[in-house]
Design a protein around this ligand. Structure first.
Ligand code: 3PY
Ligand code: MG
Length: 256
């Protein structure tokens, strides 16, 4: 069972993809394109538990680390998704050290946490020793994307057992009253991002964020981000379809 920590110790600059579409078939095509990790997005994606389960099954056939993003800090959902085989949980809008502590607690078995025992699919997939190994392998990523989360970032990063911080640049820009750009951070968002990265480094946490384009993902990895999300299945589909349609229209216009 190779979790995020083990993968990041072998290779930095992991590439993550987000799955918004509730389809195991889409997930399989997407996850076969070379991503290191893929996250089923139950926050903004069109996903529910049933679609997440079938996607986790599809991802099992691909060489990616299967992760989930939950809609809010919900212990029941965290436990069900881990039991279904997710190897890590990204939690949006982590505002306080207490939020981060709860995230870690719900994702870990006692004595480190309060996760209930019953890894029904996870032990079938990862083996009978799953429950003994899970606390070392399951990743918890706390999203810093609010003013409150930013103000408390030091205490959040200090949370025992937390794997990493994940910066939501869209929400963070919104919270700071600043514009979002695809190819860079706004200057004030940049300062906030630097604070979050520094806090994660001081406490030995991994740090990741979102990039809309491969060029932006490349810049962020060169800057030292441990992992970067290169947009979503929906964005990939829209971008390629739009590029093909407009190329065709240009060729047609030129032929007239
Ligand atoms: C944000 O930019 O707010 C995100 O949550 C990215 O995933
Ligand atoms: Mg967000």
């Amino acid at each position: 069972m190779r979790g995020l920590r083990a993968r990041l110790s072998a290779k930095r600059g992991l590439l993550n993809g987000y799955l918004m579409l509730p389809s195991a078939a889409v997930a399989e095509f997407y996850a076969r394109q070379g991503f290191d990790m893929v996250t089923v997005d139950l926050q903004h994606g069109l996903q529910d538990y049933a679609s997440a389960l079938s996607i986790l099954q599809a991802l099992g056939a691909c060489d990616v680390l299967p992760m989930v993003r939950i809609p809010w800090l919900d212990p029941g959902l965290i436990m069900k998704l881990l039991d279904a085989g997710a190897m890590g949980v990204t939690c949006p809008m982590v505002n306080t050290a207490e939020d981060a502590r709860r995230l870690v607690t719900y994702a870990h078995y006692p004595p480190e946490g309060e996760r209930s025992l019953g890894p029904i699919r996870a032990s079938a997939v990862y083996g009978e020793s799953y429950a003994q190994e899970a606390n070392h392998s399951i990743a918890t990523l706390a999203m810093i994307e609010t003013r409150e989360g930013l103000a408390n970032v030091e205490a959040i990063a200090a949370t025992d057992g937390l794997t990493g911080l994940y910066i939501g640049p869209g929400d963070l820009a919104l919270a700071l009253g600043r514009p979002s750009y695809q190819d860079r951070f706004d200057v004030q968002v940049e300062a906030a991002v630097a604070e979050i990265v520094a806090a994660s480094r001081r406490h030995g946490r991994f740090v990741g964020t979102f990039a809309a384009t491969p060029e932006r993902a490349h810049v962020l990895v060169r800057q030292g981000f441990d992992f970067v999300t290169l947009n979503t299945d929906v964005a990939a589909l829209q971008a390629q379809a739009a590029a093909w349609v407009s190329s065709f229209r240009r060729l047609e216009a030129g032929a007239k």
